[in-house]
Design a protein around this ligand. Sequence first.
Ligand code: MN
Length: 301
Amino acid sequence: MSTESTPTVNRPVAGIVAATSTLEGGGFLVYRPFPTPALNWLDPFLLLDEMAPVEYEPGEAIGAPPHPHRGFETVTYVISGEVEHRDSAGNHGIIGPGDVQWMTAGDGIVHSEMPSERVQTEGGVGHGLQLWVNLPSSLRRTAPKYQGITNDQLATAHGEGWTAEVVAGSMFGVTGPASSHTPIGYARVTIQPGTELRIPVADGHTAAIYAFTGTAAVGDSGTAVEPQQLAVFERSAGDVLISVSADASGPLDAIVLTGEPINEPIARYGPFVMNTAEEVEEAFADFNAGRMGSIPATGTV
Ligand code: MN
């Protein structure tokens, strides 16, 4: 047997999607590459929001007061600031810079995602990402679950000119701590000017990168990706290739998403994502009847 390695193949770039700007929750600005008119979803991912960096004065910070979800998972990654989570399953956690909260809404949950009391009192910069991960029909109504993952628990990898923090799945020879219901890869990568990074992805899986700071060129085509843009790769065999030019003004800070497509129809409305419109109506009825619970009153400290 020869030991010669398989020639590497880079995935073609399927397209570049510019994020739209929209207001969410209590009125904070988010950049949203999907769902948008250009890209409804990216199976198995349903939504990606970058909560825009904003400098809050004391008393000004806003978040998302109690609201329900059913049928999928929300993954929050804090870049700056602190987000305090409470939900109707009794979970409570504060996540800070580099921390991740992976919430399985499943059968139904009511949660709030607010700036921590400290940030509300003192102000400061808020900046983060939220990803919605779909569930297959067999798991849509699984029991709600909460995974609070601190930055020091993330799997890290680095090479010349790049570093990575892996939240879920196996990438760069390490495996992230989050447990997911279907095969998913989620990593934050920082790539310095003059560096090329190649990421193997399982054949047929979805692959995309979202740049939140800095610019890069992707694929053999060298297609440009700018901040607040999502590069989507073909679901073919091959690697994701990201290059940051030597004359770039700074590093690329981006997230890499990979996942096995679930390949089921979806019906979505607001906070609910199901397979059929009837199931979405049932979710609204169950929420309105109080069957997704409510957030327990907080005790005094
Ligand atoms: Mn939410």
